[in-house]
Design a protein around this ligand. Structure first.
Ligand code: SF4
Ligand code: SF4
Length: 303
């Protein structure tokens, strides 16, 4: 049986998420709803409609989307296209008809074979740089059959494999995929269960437990990634307590990532509210916080 996944991006030539030059396959769907999420298009499992009005040619010049919409979600007002998202059924006919890219889809179904071929296009760069495939999301392990099949295909071809995970998954899935992984990036967000739940939609207990169980069975590199998020965990004490949750093992290292708002425009394209819209990144504060953690053995990385 063909295993299919829903993928929202395949990013080539990435140098942040694993060794060497990497191809990142971004899986759609995530059990968390982090308020600061920079990939809001990753959260829902199904493909979604994006709309960038800045690219629209206007209803008078074009108007194709209005003509094809079977649901009356679009109408012309003063030559502009007005969209009622509440009436949209997500058929994507308007995206197919749109000549300018103003209407488009986030997420495509892809077979393992299609994904593998895309990844293999960069084989020469992997060989030269020691790079490979990273699966990410969303939460890649929310599509376990696809994740497992793609990793197995990569390993058959001797491609280095990495996983970026929120850890919010069934441990048995994590255990099964870990056999086919050369490195794992594992997010930790807050030490306090209630705060974690308030800002991400889920508590942290299973995530922490999964990390410790993983460290007990996995001997390759685990990088614990800690995003430093304003109004959430950006205090030395909170970050220290979070760092202390990482298992004390030689193959586990911590890495702190600064908050950024590169995903803001995508909230507009999806018609969703960005709850961090008034929170501006503060690089000086990030540097200060990291200086306070020096004795904690973490490193910083901008991803
Ligand atoms: S996705 Fe379909 S229902 Fe929604 S606006 Fe486009 S054509 Fe209309
Ligand atoms: S099809 Fe695209 S370019 Fe044409 S009116 Fe609709 S959104 Fe604008």
């Amino acid at each position: 049986m063909t295993v299919e996944g829903v993928i929202f991006n395949v990013q080539r030539f990435n140098v942040h998420d694993g060794k060497g030059i990497r191809t990142i396959v971004f899986f759609k769907g995530c059990p968390l709803r982090c308020r600061w999420c920079s990939n809001p298009e990753s959260q829902k499992h199904q493909p979604e409609l994006g709309v960038n009005p800045g690219l629209c040619l206007g209803a008078k010049v074009c108007g194709r989307c209005i003509k094809v919409c079977p649901n009356g979600s679009l109408k012309e007002v003063d030559q502009a296209v007005i969209f009622d998202r509440g009436k949209c059924v997500g058929c994507f006919l308007c995206a197919e008809a749109c000549p300018s890219g103003a209407r488009f889809r986030y997420g495509e179904k892809m077979s393992v074979e299609q994904a593998r071929r895309k990844v293999e296009e960069d084989g020469v760069f992997y060989q030269r740089s020691g790079g490979g495939l990273t699966i990410s999301g969303g939460e890649a392990l929310a599509q376990p059959a696809f994740a497992l099949a793609l990793l197995k295909e990569a390993k058959k071809r001797h491609i280095d494999t990495a996983l970026e995970t929120s850890g919010a998954c069934d441990f048995e899935i994590l255990k099964e995929v870990s056999v086919h992984l050369d490195s794992i990036f594992y997010d930790l967000k807050h030490f306090d269960d209630a705060k974690h739940r308030e800002f991400t939609g889920l508590g942290n207990q299973a995530i922490i437990e999964n990390l410790h169980r993983l460290a007990g069975i996995y001997s390759k590199k685990i990088t614990v990634r800690i995003p430093v998020i304003p109004d959430f965990n950006d205090a030395p004490s909170a970050l220290r307590r979070l760092g202390d949750l990482a298992p004390k093992a030689g193959n586990v290292a911590a890495e702190y990532l600064p908050y950024h708002r590169a995903g803001e425009v995508k909230y507009n394209f999806l018609g969703r509210e960005y709850r961090y819209k008034n929170i501006v990144p503060d690089n000086d504060k990030f540097d200060y916080l990291i200086s306070q953690l020096k004795d904690h053995g973490g490193s910083t990385s901008v991803v």
